[in-house]
Design a protein around this ligand. Structure first.
Ligand SMILES: [Zn+2]
Length: 502
């Protein structure tokens, strides 16, 4: 059975979950659900990043220990994901003992391999980023490019990772794995950064103690970023369960935002090489959710919480909008108007309308019993083409194209009903054929929307009289034409997606 290991970045615990986090997590969830649907064995990981100076300072300001503070914060992410119907298999917190052990083992291995050495570091540091910047990276020569806040001069005894030694191995790796980082523009960005020359990087701190201890020198803790990356290994048993680790690594899919390319596409593969394991096989970089042209982030006032949106629109419509309107890899504009227009066009007028008119006419012309589909329906060919197209799109991590194809089938079916007008005809074989075929389309659509709208998929399945859950079926076989049995009760029910004014 093929395996599919997908990760989100672990989210900084001090941030409140906002729609930008939800965008990444919903995409990862939809891909995980797609792969379960086609029968892959899936491991889907998310979690929280809990170390570092920012957390330690914030805890102090609250009069709490860092551990006491993060124990209060981490559950906000877990509950935000539960509210969004996220199906993660594990939720990792970097403060867990399993993670400390994996970090010490992994970085200890790099140290033993001679790729870590001690030196003095002087640099310009952004506290909110937990990151040193080169002067060239700064805005107006003094401000963090992300936060637009002044950076601090910091000088400390550090251990350094010999990143410079991995310049050529990284170039070789990129050249022999052209699909490792997608989209190609981001691959090229990482590669040109590497070709520009790599400097060794400081990976420990003595100035704080909220972090994972350096096992060979206990005055130091690992810098939060290097500990954080290793979560991807911790969760699959690195150093603890070799057999499990080898089942999932390196065939991982890291889903990341474009602001963390250097960490994931330069530092991380180099660290893996230095520790003697293969670099991650796939890094999928996505763009930003823009609100009024600005990146949605925790530091700005423009954040929207997932809870506010789902309370207003419902969970599935929010998931659908995030997947359908902001293609993975590009920036996308996020607005309430955008959700409303997508909701009305696709959910109310197309999917909701199809279900409701079919159920109504089955009620009036077939006594509420759904007829079997017409094996020769023109819709059969359309459905087969759409299933193939959607499968290819989902397989390529392009949910928006998978959903676009699915909605083409819904629109074609609505158009076929408008042409046939079964509501004007006498009951009989012709009416049965068109309604049975429309029910079959609804069954196939329910299967295809499992990754995006799992609750809606279940509800359509139930209303057209099917048992179980479409999520338990196995694609592609389950989506071939003719699976709707006919002779089952169809329920009209309330509109799935009542039209909205705003
Ligand atoms: Zn910053």
């Amino acid at each position: 059975m093929p395996r599919f290991y997908i990760t989100t970045p672990i989210y900084y615990v001090k941030d409140a979950p906002h729609v930008g986090h939800a965008y990444t997590t919903v995409n990862a969830d939809a891909l995980a659900r797609w792969h379960r649907l086609i029968g892959d064995q899936v491991f889907f990981l998310t979690g929280t990043d809990e170390h570092g100076q920012k957390v330690a300072r914030a805890a102090e300001a609250q009069g709490l220990t860092p551990a006491g503070w993060t124990d209060q914060l981490a559950p906000r992410f877990a509950s935000a994901w539960a509210d969004l119907d996220i199906s993660n298999d594990d939720f990792i917190r970097t403060t867990e003992p399993r993670h400390h052990e994996a970090v010490q083992r992994f970085l200890g291995r790099i140290y033993e391999n001679g790729h870590i050495y001690e030196d003095v570091y002087r640099g310009l540091y952004c506290v909110p980023c937990e990151q040193y910047y080169a002067e060239d990276d700064l805005v107006d020569g003094a401000l963090c490019p992300i936060h637009r806040l002044p950076v601090e001069h910091l000088e400390e005894e550090n251990y350094f990772f010999r990143l410079s030694a991995f310049e050529q191995p990284l170039i070789d790796w990129y050249e022999s794995n052209p699909g490792a980082v997608v989209p190609e523009s981001k691959r090229n960005e990482a590669l040109s950064f590497i070709r520009g020359g790599l400097r060794d990087i400081s990976i420990t701190r003595t100035s704080i103690d909220w972090g994972v201890r350096v096992p060979w020198d206990e005055k130091h803790v690992f810098y939060v970023w290097y500990d954080a990356l290793i979560n991807y290994l911790t969760a699959i048993g690195y150093g603890r369960d070799d057999q499990r680790f080898e089942q999932w690594w390196p065939a991982v899919h890291h889903l990341i935002g474009k602001e963390i390319i250097r960490f994931h596409c330069v530092w991380w593969p180099a660290m893996c090489m230095a520790a003697g394991i293969d670099p991650p096989a796939h890094v999928q970089v996505h763009g930003w959710l823009l609100l009024g042209g600005e990146k949605m982030s925790n530091s700005s006032v423009n954040q929207i919480t997932p809870g506010e949106l789902t309370a207003d629109f419902g969970v599935d419509p929010v998931r659908y909008h995030l997947l359908r309107d902001i293609p993975l890899g590009s920036d996308g504009d996020f607005s309430a108007e955008g959700i409303v227009s997508r909701y009305n066009a696709d959910l109310a007028n197309n999917l909701g309308n199809l279900l409701s008119r079919v159920a109504t006419v089955v009620g009036s012309k077939c006594g509420g019993t759904g007829p079997a589909p017409d094996p020769d329906s023109r819709l059969a060919g359309e459905a087969a083409a759409v299933v193939a197209e959607a499968a290819a799109a989902w397989g390529n991590a392009q949910p928006h194209l998978g959903l676009e194809a699915t909605w083409r089938l819904i629109r074609e079916t609505n158009a076929a009903l408008e042409t046939a007008e079964p509501w004007k005809s006498e009951p009989g074989p012709e009416v049965d054929a068109i309604l049975g075929s429309a029910l079959e389309v609804l069954r196939i659509v329910a299967l295809l929307i499992v990754p995006a709208m799992p609750t809606t998929a279940d509800e359509i399945w139930r209303r057209i009289g099917l048992d179980g859950s479409p999520g338990d079926e196995a694609l592609p076989a389950a989506a071939s034409w003719g699976g709707y049995p006919g002779g089952v009760d169809v329920e009209k029910g309330a509109p799935l997606f009542p039209r909205r004014k705003s």
